[in-house]
Design a protein around this ligand. Structure first.
Ligand code: NAP
Length: 322
């Protein structure tokens, strides 16, 4: 079995595997591990791979895909590949050249899904986190609708089969959906979503608009100390979740992933460990009963691990109202 056997149709007619392989790096020193882990993930059956310019691992992901094509394990068309436009490249004229750089690093001539990574714009330049003369993040002012129109052109050119957004609030998503002259709807909004932040309102809204919600941090995130408070609770240690795992004779990780799939989200799971990569694909082997889904719904506490605190003062901070 592989994750391509389990897909949902996007609003532009393309199909996305409902389980994706996350590749974000907690430490840049793990770059070479991203290559090995992605090869293992493809061998295990993952067919949806999630990367981003800012992860600085596109070259390794590209090498992993090329090596598996060369081995005859996959063809390019078997892989659903996502990358993301970073916050320093939101000016419309930067969108196409930035995507083309990603394609080059990934060694592909199209990407399956290209996302605006985050609605907060920062000043263009070489740095991913540019600073101003006072040592503060150098924010930029960009009309996100104009950025979206530049993504639409990339789709028209076939550089990206599908286009979407990430970390957008409901209001920001509505702004794109209601944009006069909209030619292509966002196919998805990729957001943090797990048992402690189950996003039920945003999910209902996305469903009502035929926009897929892609869940990241489904296993409680990698707890990167730059982004996540060290005192944040460990999701996979939750006692109710662990009891449920015992009941189903599965791991807490599998219950967490299964819960999200059954609510109709697409789910990303990152692991660079061979056993856990294989384990995560077992999410298709069982089902949670509706009464247990309700128990798991009860774990929600609207707790966000990654609040992008650095972006709090930006007028487009999507989590401003929380
Ligand atoms: P995650 O999927 O929540 O995973 C967290 C940790 O769980 C991993 O470090 C992994 O460690 C561990 N794990 C994986 N499988 C497990 C299992 N079966 N049992 C026990 N532990 C397990 O992590 P994430 O990287 O924060 O999120 C997933 C992906 O979403 C990212 O990699 C990235 O592609 C995407 N993402 C997007 C955004 C955005 O702004 N759009 C933000 C964050 C993440 P091991 O490697 O040691 O197994």
């Amino acid at each position: 079995m592989n994750s391509k056997d389990h897909c949902v149709k996007l609003n532009d007619g393309h199909f996305i595997p409902v389980l994706g392989f996350g590749t974000a790096l907690r430490k840049m020193t793990l770059k070479s591990e991203a290559l090995k882990a992605t090869q293992l993930a493809i061998d295990a059956g993952f067919r949806h791979i999630d990367t981003a310019d800012v992860y600085q691992n596109e070259e390794q992901i590209g090498l992993a895909i090329q090596s598996k094509i060369a081995d005859g394990v996959i063809e390019r068309a078997d892989i659903f590949l996502t990358s993301k436009l970073w916050c320093t490249c939101l000016r419309p004229e930067l969108v196409r050249p930035t995507l083309e750089r990603s394609l080059k690093r990934l060694q592909v001539d199209y990407i399956d899904l290209y996302l605006i990574h985050h609605p907060v714009a920062m000043k263009p330049g070489e740095e991913y986190f540019p600073l101003d003369e006072h040592g503060k993040l150098a924010f930029d002012t960009v009309d996100l609708c104009a950025t979206w129109e530049a993504l639409e052109k990339c789709k028209d050119l076939g550089l990206a089969k599908s286009i979407g957004v990430s970390n957008f609030s409901r209001g920001q998503l509505e702004m794109i959906l209601n944009k006069p002259g909209l030619r292509h709807k966002p196919v998805c909004n990729q957001v943090e979503c797990h048992l402690y932040l189950n996003q039920s309102e945003l999910l209902d809204f996305c469903k009502s608009k035929d926009v897929v919600l892609v869940a990241y941090g489904a296993l409680g995130t990698q707890r990167n100390k730059n982004w996540v408070d060290k005192n944040a609770p460990f999701l996979l240690d939750d006692p109710v979740l662990c009891a449920m795992a015992k009941k189903y004779k599965r791991t807490a990780a599998l219950i967490s992933l299964r819960y999200l799939l059954q609510r109709g989200t697409v789910v990303l799971a990152k692991s660079f460990n061979e056993e856990r990569i294989k384990e995560n694909l077992q999410v298709f082997d069982f089902q949670l009963a509706s009464e247990d889904m309700k128990v798991l719904d009860g774990l929600n506490k609207n707790f966000r691990y990654i609040s992008f605190a650095l972006f709090h003062d930006h007028p487009n901070n999507p989590f401003r109202d929380e």
